[in-house]
Design a protein around this ligand. Structure first.
Ligand SMILES: Cc1cc2nc3c(=O)[nH]c(=O)nc-3n(C[C@H](O)[C@H](O)[C@H](O)COP(=O)(O)O)c2cc1C
Length: 400
């Protein structure tokens, strides 16, 4: 456990460290204990965001073992695989963890693709076929089939397994879902990107709200695709205190939370913890391919962009050739998730070739702060130690 001086040094608050060490007698190391720790049964107010393909059971368990809350992604998996992943987390840790579902309206029920206009399909596939030609893949000219209705079966697995926390993103849970979770002794964490959705999530019974600022990597956490990427895109500094004012349940801040500075800032805004995504992609246990982790280490905060080209719903990525060329083509996209299915062969080939130019590298604007590939547990511990140092240092600034 770092000492108080260590935490101040880690935080880079050199001047404050000197001031504090001159006045302070040695004390037992401090801890950060907030209402979300008590509510979720965790040691530190650090939550790891659910991330498809990236938040493996090993990553989730490492975060839990370090005292944070790891969250497994559920979407995109067959129910049996999700059950196996939950059981694997339980094999690796006895601590509480979460399981997430994305609840976008295009999945509830899945959009009927049989009536999708053929002219729009042609416009989309002609752009995707350009990427296929480069990768030596066969052309595809048809729209993807209507997706199977997977959400009810996945939710059933989560409830039957009694995952300690049900986490939702990109859409709100229904009141029935919340009731089922509560009847099974589970807590519900709902991620939102607007104040209106935060109020609604509380009304539906959510126990914790994650307020996702527009800096965040991954999809904008709204259940209906906004008319433009500028909508439902409120910076975290603006969003978090407004959400905190409007709801009574605990709020955690999401979006560009990379370290102890972010955690301390979130607490200052009235949140009781952080939900960190991008920082955990660049960790030893993450399932991201090596070229993605390298790109994050070299990425600058100005290199991310919001686009619907990979999945059909706006998400923040590191810019690359796929996103730039798709945008300049002016082509439309299929509905959410159908677009992801349409581009899947391209993404799989890019992953196989280790080609970052055609691969969806989700990342938040905090990406420029990534300077290594630590173990996930170290991210949790260092963030907490830094935040404690910063908070103590800031306390020293308040003079009578
Ligand atoms: C690679 C990646 C995948 C994500 N997948 C999901 C997901 O499956 N479900 C979800 O609710 N949120 C998902 N998100 C969004 C996160 O929950 C969270 O809002 C975001 O990562 C926070 O911002 P940050 O990346 O700047 O830390 C994902 C984010 C990333 C970066």
């Amino acid at each position: 456990m770092p000492t108080r001086r260590d935490t101040l040094r880690l935080a880079g608050f050199a001047g404050l460290a000197q001031a504090a060490s001159a006045s302070a007698a040695p004390k037992a190391p401090s801890r950060l204990r907030t209402p979300v720790c008590t509510l979720l049964g965790i040691e530190h107010p650090v939550l790891q965001a659910p991330m498809q393909f990236i938040a493996t059971p090993a990553l989730v368990a490492a975060v839990c073992e370090a005292g944070g809350l790891g969250i497994l992604p559920g979407i995109g998996l067959p129910p049996d695989q999700l059950r196996a992943n939950i059981q694997e987390v339980r094999r690796l840790t006895r601590r509480p963890f979460g399981v997430n579902l994305i609840l976008h309206s295009a999945l509830r029920p899945p959009v009927d693709m049989s009536t999708f206009p053929s002219e729009t399909t042609r416009a989309i596939t002609s752009v995707l076929n350009r990427f296929r030609a480069r990768l030596g893949l066969p052309e595809r000219n048809e729209a993807p089939a209507t997706l199977p209705d997977v959400l009810p079966a996945l939710f059933e697995v989560i409830v039957r397994e009694r995952a300690p926390v049900f986490s939702t993103g990109v859409g709100l849970p229904t009141a029935d879902m919340v009731t089922r979770c509560h009847q099974s002794g589970m807590k519900v964490l709902s991620m939102v990107a607007t104040v209106t959705d935060a109020v609604e999530a509380e009304r539906l019974g959510a126990d914790v709200i994650a307020a996702q600022g527009s800096e965040a990597g991954g999809h904008r956490s709204v259940g209906v695709k906004p008319p433009s990427p500028e909508r439902a895109a409120i910076g975290g500094l603006a969003l978090v205190p407004q959400v905190v004012r409007k709801v009574r349940v605990p709020v955690v801040a999401a979006g560009a939370m990379m370290d102890g500075r972010g955690l301390a800032a979130a607490l200052a805004l009235g949140a009781v913890g952080v939900l960190m995504g991008t920082r955990f992609i660049a960790t030893l246990e993450s399932g991201a391919p090596p070229f993605y982790k390298d790109a994050l280490q070299n990425g600058d905060s100005d290199e991310t962009t919001l686009s619907d080209a990979f999945t059909g719903h706006y998400a923040r990525f590191l810019r690359n050739r796929f996103l730039d060329e798709y945008r300049s083509s002016g082509a439309p996209v299929f509905p959410a998730v159908a677009q992801q299915l349409a581009a899947r062969d391209i993404v799989e080939a890019a992953a196989k070739n280790g080609d970052p130019s055609l691969y969806p590298m989700y990342a938040g604007q905090g990406v420029g702060a990534i300077d290594g590939i630590p173990a996930a547990g170290d991210v949790v511990r260092t963030s907490v130690a830094e935040a404690i140092g910063i908070l103590e240092g800031l306390g020293a600034l308040a003079v009578r």
